[in-house]
Write a protein that binds this ligand. Sequence first.
Ligand code: C2E
Ligand code: CA
Ligand code: CA
Length: 640
Amino acid sequence: MNEIGQHIYFDGYSPVADMVVIAVCIVMVVLVSTSYVTKTKAYKIFLSIVFVLFLAALTDIIYHNAYVHAVNGVYTWVYIFRNLYHIFLFTIFLLYIYYIVTLQRLEKDKTVPVMIVSLGIFVGVVVTDIITTISGKGFRIDQNGVAITGMNVFMYGYMAFVCVVIFLMFEFRARLYRQVMNGFYGTMIVSFLVLLFQLRRGQTSLTVASFLFPVIAMLYLIHSNPYDIELGAVDSRALEDMIRYNYERKNDLVFMSLFLPDFNVEGRSISKEMSEVIRNFAANFFRGGVLFQINNGHVILIARKKANPDYENKINNIINAFYVEYEKFQFDYKIVMGESIEEISRKNEYISFIKSIHRRMEMNTIHLMEYEDVEEFNKFEYILSELGDIYRGRDLRDSRVLAYCQPVYNLKTGKYDTAEALMRLKLPDIGMVFPDQFIPLAEENGYIHVLTEIMLQKTCDEIKYLMKEGYEVNRISVNVSVLEMRDESFTEDFGKIIKDNGIPDEKIAIEITESQSENDFMVMKNMINDLKDNGIKFYLDDFGTGYSNMERIMELPFDIIKFDRSLVIASDHDPRSRKMVASLANMFDDLNYSVLYEGVETDSDEERCKSMSASYLQGYKYSRPIPIIELKKFFSKVGE
Ligand code: C2E
Ligand code: CA
Ligand code: CA
């Protein structure tokens, strides 16, 4: 028995495994600190576990060494370090349980009992371990230097903790993603097998190592944020964390954001060559810079200002280098850069902040972040929240949505008898808002359809009023976004509002712009055919601004083609352009479409348009957009 005891405790020990554990702990810390892992609570517990694991391995080595170096049969240090070693191992258990509980997000009324039980086990085992050692009932070394197991408190403690862990892992397994749980189960099985193996071989060297496997599972499954090898970027999840971390420590940051809209679509990603360029940029210009990938075509490089005191120079260098690369790749870009801004850091909203800047930027330009951008951003957030409120309220007479309109001159009748409804917002805090500031926002967030419905309602109200007062109203056109037509209920919603107002369908027209996508084209075609049956008229808006596909246009039964102001301007440049616009208009006219010129500002514009097959004219020359209730000033009464 004595023989065996000595054999197990000291002869069966080699420090190799503990040294490996120490090394692996250091490696793990290096890994997590270079890959911008989110510093969650679980991450902090994870780091504590690694630290205690390191201590456990170290004390294990020390305690065995203390035996070898014991003089005159005094083994006090062996006892002390052995107990300490056990304390560390049980601390790991305790932290491990706390970690699982945190990960599973157990409610307080479940967390508290689990932690109390675990703490109870911890205190109980540690105290008993110390008492049995001191009283000589537990592990001891006799006068001949032979180790005797005695009462194996450690084993009881170990078993108790394993029971708690197993209970947690099974009882609340549904709280975590199954694949992740499987990863943990797998590593736990490996740990048991290793312990079984060492028991059979009369070994003790692998005890600490067996604690390492679940920790490796944590690192791999939960606390890894790998780099995209080609690009050198980490996932954007870590970005908020980096900002919070530096904000709390009052570290100023430097930002560079590169947005390549061509790649910002599903299934397209930056080429290998370009990734290399971006990777080198990120690595070469800023000390300690971290590149975050926001999505396919958007990366943000962040570095600490302190580490880059000459960052303004660096920015210049990077821009010059960028132009060189741009010559090669020629992709559209938007670059935003600058220093961290208190307010945005506090709210941790750089991604939406930068996106709000993109909205106002021209393509292929560079923008330096400044305080005005924050004001614009706040305004933008405010508009968005009001839009959301309008959307949820779905009040067709919402007073924040203003119906403006622009009368259209009808050349055939020599009168104003049609108009285009144009939307404005009037918001409590900022007053009037124009379409370029809110239409894209409303479209992106799915609010546009309700806005159209409100515009349609207000247009119907005006038509009813004008008709009742005896005005001649041919029709008023309403702008509709291609996006909202994708919704199956569009035709029904639209038709219902007209019907509920009891006005003839032909008093309403819909303006739509041409769409690039084949799918939208089909959607549009079906919708036009549905609504056209009722008598609603259709205008093709902004003709001449996109890449017009004549074949498709001809396939859609438009009534009026609206020539964009750019064509009106072009027709004034040179005889060739004029001829082109004139013959396009002539062709539409021949095919029984009516041509409407938009943006007629001067007498000369008017003359030219008249000579180019115009049926309708619209523009500042006749009127700026006016509140829709003022339309009667332009319209004439029947028979006048
Ligand atoms: P759009 O449909 O092409 O509307 C014509 C725009 O040209 C209007 O700008 C109008 O004020 C402006 N305009 C009119 N005459 C002239 C002129 O002689 N010279 C110049 N330079 N501009 C002129 P607005 O009202 O700011 O609207 C801008 C765009 O916002 C509209 O372009 C349309 O695409 C969108 N929009 C406006 N109201 C609505 C709406 O109710 N629903 C939807 N989906 N979009 C709307
Ligand atoms: Ca329009
Ligand atoms: Ca237009």
